[in-house]
Design a protein around this ligand. Sequence first.
Ligand code: BGC
Length: 347
Amino acid sequence: MNEHVTSFGSTASGEAVEQVTLRSGALSCGILTYGGALRFLTAPDKQGHPVDVVLGFDTMEDYQKQDKYMGALVGRHANRIGGSKFSLDGKSYSLAANDGSNHLHGGILGFDKQLWKLESVSDNQAVLSLVSPDMQEGYPGNLSVRVTYTLEGGALTIRYIAQTDRKTICNLTNHSYFNLAGHASGPVLDQEIQLVAQNFTPADNESLPTGVLAPVAGTPMDLRKLTPIGTHIDDGFDQLRWAGGYDHNWAVDGEAGVLRPAARAVCRTTGISMDVETTLPGIQFYSANYLDGCPAGKDGTPYAKRWAFCMETQFFPNATNCPAFAQPVLAPGETFDHTTVYRFATV
Ligand code: BGC
């Protein structure tokens, strides 16, 4: 342990969990070795007062009780894979089904529920690693993952690196729940969102993309201009009705592999803005339709439906079953190397 690392109790099976605190200028954040989860992130409001803009829990017991992927690093494959099946080079693989018959966020023992190793820590940077053994949750290949959290220049940057010894699929993200008015401030419906995307991937009623890209123009999925989250969320549009709000993947404009703008969010009350940039092809904008207050969050706050939003950068959900989408395939000798930046400022 050092000045940046404190104990965060232990898991139900007695493994010690640590919290790492990073600081840079007016930003600070806390990251748990459990799930590599971002537990707090404070950014200054327009008066310069620190606001904790992510949801989280106060105890390890609550982290283990919840099933919302709160702040966690998600893998080996973020979001859904239909029928919990995919094939690679003609060989089919069955994954753990944990969302009806589908596979969600890496399965029953996803990366969000594993203990990450703290490789190094400095004032503003922490490196976490994890090795996911061959056939864990059904995925082929021993996958070595390194995630670097860096606070710098008003931004939190998350860099994901992974390598495998056997061809596999890999799609890593972070599942932070943001509320730019503060984690305990209630619904986010008046916070404004912009997604830099002309197209989204329509999903079926199990939230599985069907394999086509659809233009957002003329639909409530058009968030190309800053729009309050609540403006269209309850429109009688099947995509929104089926998911209880926004829970879809948008195809970020521009070239994947290049860091480019993906999203922006603004809260007029605190004046805090967040710009998201990513090298990944897509972004899941999720309006926390399934938050249910259980267990209570930090400071006993009963986080409820739509009290936050997630901006999960990713390969498109179900891409392995949709040949037209970029494939999240990783072969030996290749490196999965993607970066997402969350940049904070005030308006
Ligand atoms: C998914 C939601 C899911 C949530 C889990 C999101 O990424 O798209 O459908 O319920 O994660 O908390």
